[in-house]
Design a protein around this ligand. Sequence first.
Ligand code: X2X
Length: 358
Amino acid sequence: MKNPVRTVLLAAICLGLLSAPAAAAYKNEYKLSVVPSATSGWGLTGTYFADQVRERTQGRVNIKVYFGAQLMAGKQTSELLLVRRGAIDFALASTINWSPQIEELNLPALPFFIANNPDRYKAMDAIEAGKSGKMLEAAIEKTGVKFLGWSENGFRELTTSKGPINKPEDMKGMKLRVCGTPIFADIFTALGSNPQAINWSEAVTGFQQGIVDGQENPTNGINIPLQIWTWHKYHTDWHYMIDPLFLTVNDKVWKSFSAEDQKIILDCAKDAEKYGKALSRLGFDDGSALRYLESIGMVPAVTDPYKVMEEKGMTVTRFTPEQIAEFYKATQGVRDTWTTKIGVELVKAAEEDMKAAQ
Ligand code: X2X
């Protein structure tokens, strides 16, 4: 042993005893879960977030996106459980898929609630920015995961192979695919249809085989990328509810990041919110979505969804205020029952947030 000091130092380095104090152990790859495909608005937003994080952390945080609910073997309502356990690191999750475990997240699924405001996008933003949004974030974080920021799948519209739908009676007996979240069964039963709970991973096969007569999903985010007109020729533009998306990460994983990387990740989540919302709102808002997408050089191929649906042979029924009023009335019982489950205080806070913003 020629140089004992050097030997001790080398041994200490090998044991990791002298490693830099700020350098937490990072994984080579972090898994981010997305329920639909890579080409959905949701999938594009997940990729955008992962790319931004990788670039801005200079590769320190390397996120890989897993599409098609593959990390949950297709069972979309298991996502929260797997993020909590650490089998999934990050998720760009929908309130719909986490609401079976977190009752508060049913708020945006209250039928004809958010879109019942003059500007439905302002109403959504006001909830997220307001007191009710803070209550939703707290409900998410109470389960032991870190909330990073909002994004959007979009207002959900009905597409059917039979139609058109002008009044609740037109839906009578129709077999409609819904996800397995309980409030959906209640809404579609109240409207006289026959809801079928099918995971998204199996829903497209259901459309191909004609097992169901229709489904509901956002236009830009899901229906157009999926070319839903292949199976459904009728589009009912009723905006009956919305699924906001949110970025979230396992708490332990979050705590393993340096303060610098945490800040970068939160900044990237803010940008993912702007991008995801612009994709969802393109062609439906006052033109801000298009201007934003132009400013970041990310305009998608379809910028006029109504025109595309009509060109593809879809009959688009845009609801009048009188029609909305009829559907509103038919779903009053669902709003009453679910307001109690969600929490009267939260629903009231959301009403106040939305009203203040109009
Ligand atoms: O299952 C659906 O309809 C989807 C893809 O929109 C959700 O995950 C909520």
